[in-house]
Write a protein that binds this ligand. Structure first.
Ligand code: SF4
Ligand code: SF4
Length: 79
């Protein structure tokens, strides 16, 4: 679960989502002034950020994501 999208055109950088997120997932980018997902794996899919965003800029995905593990976690084929 997690944030599927933050629409950077709609986002005004108001910080409401950053302050509301109970898992401390979001941050404001110092260069763009827009919200971004800093710690995606900590997101619990609670929808608070999506619900509270005054610009409706956030879309939360309510499904478990199928993540591709990095190559170094794949065990070698032992014969
Ligand atoms: S609440 Fe919405 S408009 Fe405000 S910073 Fe977050 S995404 Fe941007
Ligand atoms: S869905 Fe909940 S946990 Fe995930 S980023 Fe939004 S407020 Fe944080």
């Amino acid at each position: 679960m997690g944030i599927a999208k933050i629409d950077y055109i709609l986002c005004t950088g108001c910080r409401i989502c950053v302050d509301r997120c109970p898992m401390d997932v979001l941050r404001i980018d110092s260069e763009t002034g827009k919200a971004f997902v800093k710690y995606l794996r900590d997101c619990q899919g609670c929808f608070l950020c999506e619900r509270e965003c005054p610009e409706s800029a956030i879309t939360v995905m309510p499904f478990f994501e199928k993540r591709i593990p990095p190559a170094w976690t794949i065990l070698p084929d032992v014969k």
